[in-house]
Design a protein around this ligand. Structure first.
Ligand code: GLY
Ligand code: MN
Ligand code: MN
Length: 454
């Protein structure tokens, strides 16, 4: 059978390998594009897929905003989203020509198939594949080669659009394309552009039910990985072996990759926030901070647990552990949808959960010199989670319904060789209630010790 037809039949029949990514409904990507068009003020958004890695055979991950808007996981593609515009009457005073109303448009541009390259990469779809638009869930699919002409025609038909081009900052192909368009229209330079990423931030921040389902799967897989590691940690075991076990479990649970390099830091390494060398051998009497989670169908989780290497916390380790857990619980209990902010580097903002955790830690514990422990809480309390493990957000704004974020207090005491971080992912439900997506994983020190025994 002709390879092109075979590929089309596979796609159209929905025959996908067992480990293919799951997706939110195609209609949801369309709704997102329409929502973005509503923010373009009559302009045009132009986004490109992530470049292929320069080093051969390195894994490919789609650009986050591009994925959010298209669901497309392949390189070499681009999307153009055109806001609808009203009709404009001719105005001699301002030399404005009459213009008819123009409808919303969305076009996915795909590279032309290359059967030689497909020997390496497998069969792909292109604009000529039968049913391409329906399969991609787009109103229009066109070949990449048509893109300059389409953009040129769009802008020529309404020059106002040229002042309202929304592209990703630093996108070399977008700048090249706009430069070319400006040249063909007789302009000296490419026009200034709007940052499309900023327009997408508030859309991405509020998760749909379908996104939440994927975020739960990422968290459930990550809980399984953290449970597996609790049974594996003991004196004499390499940190890296634990990192490997976590990765293996995540893959087995259906994740396509880790959502960040696993952090398995024991002893003094527990006090280095993003230690990911994982090169030490765990020793009795130390604690180990394990910050590790996976990504399920492009949606991340982010979990940290702190374990006693020999299965039993010392009194001091337990004291610090309980403090960090108490701070996490105090912050979660203080949450008010639409009012609470997550981070506050100066710990002064009354509505920040950061301030709640900081005050709790200061009120309940001391270092070896009798000083309050808040000074050892050296990183932000949390961040949004989604297609990025650190989803973009304006942290001066409060958190609200539909958002997913971490609460991850930590205390790091190099002098005592103790680092403790506890991190869960939370979802704000439709009633504004906080739901812990990591509820099924042990939290209490005694629960951790029990999980390590079994
Ligand atoms: N795992 C990275 C973080 O907690 O932000
Ligand atoms: Mn985090
Ligand atoms: Mn983390």
């Amino acid at each position: 059978m002709n390879i092109r037809w075979f590929a089309a039949l596979v796609v159209l029949a929905g025959v996908v390998p067992a480990c293919a990514l799951e997706s939110v409904p195609k209609a949801e990507y369309h709704e997102r594009r329409v929502a973005l068009a509503g923010k373009l003020k009559g302009g045009v958004a132009v986004l490109f897929a992530a470049e292929q890695p320069l080093v051969d055979f390195m894994p490919y991950r789609q650009d986050e905003d591009f994925y959010y808007l298209t669901g497309w996981t392949e390189p070499g593609a681009a999307v153009v989203i055109v806001a609808a515009t009203d009709a404009v009457a001719a105005d001699a005073a301002t030399a404005t020509a009459a213009r008819p109303a123009q409808p919303y448009r969305e076009i996915l541009f795909l590279p032309t198939r290359n059967e030689r390259v497909e020997k390496f990469t497998g069969a792909k779809m292109d604009a000529t594949t039968p049913g391409a638009a329906a399969t991609a869930g787009f109103d229009e699919v066109q070949p990449m080669t048509a893109m300059p002409g389409v953009l040129n025609a769009l802008v020529a038909s309404d020059r106002e659009r040229l002042r309202k081009m929304a592209v990703e900052p630093g996108s070399a192909p977008a700048q090249a394309l706009l430069g070319f368009t400006a040249t063909t229209l007789g302009l000296d330079a490419a026009p200034p552009t709007v940052n499309v990423a900023e327009l997408v931030v508030p859309l991405r921040a509020v998760k749909s039910e379908a996104e939440l389902a994927l975020l739960k799967k990422a968290s459930d897989a990550s809980i399984a990985a953290q449970m597996a590691e609790m049974k594996a940690v003991r004196p004499g075991v390499k940190e890296r072996k634990v990192a490997g076990l976590i990765t293996e479990t995540l893959m087995d649970e259906g994740c396509e990759r880790v959502s960040y390099a696993p952090i398995v830091g024991s002893g003094a390494n527990a006090t280095t926030l993003h230690y990911s060398d994982n090169s030490a051998v765990m020793q009795a009497g130390d604690v180990v901070v394990i910050d590790a989670a996976g990504e399920y169908s492009m949606y991340a989780s982010d979990i940290t647990r702190t374990l006693p290497v020999n299965g039993k916390f010392t009194a001091r380790q337990r004291e610090i552990y309980d403090l960090v857990l108490g701070a996490q619980r105090a912050a979660a209990a203080a949450f008010v949808a639409g009012k609470s902010k997550i981070n506050d580097p100066l710990h002064k903002e009354p509505d920040s959960l950061d301030q709640v955790a900081f005050a709790y830690i200061n009120a309940h514990g001391k270092d070896l010199h009798g000083q309050p422990l808040g000074q050892y809480m050296v990183h932000g309390l949390g961040h949004l989670v989604g297609i990025d493990v650190h989803d973009p957000w304006d942290y001066t704004k409060p958190l609200d319904k539909g958002m997913v974020f971490t609460i991850e207090p930590g205390i790091y005491l190099p002098e005592e060789k103790i680092g403790v971080r506890i991190e869960d992912v939370f979802y704000v439900d439709a009633d504004g209630k906080l739901v812990d997506l990591i509820a099924a994983l042990p939290h209490e020190a005694a629960e951790i010790e029990a999980a390590m025994r079994h």
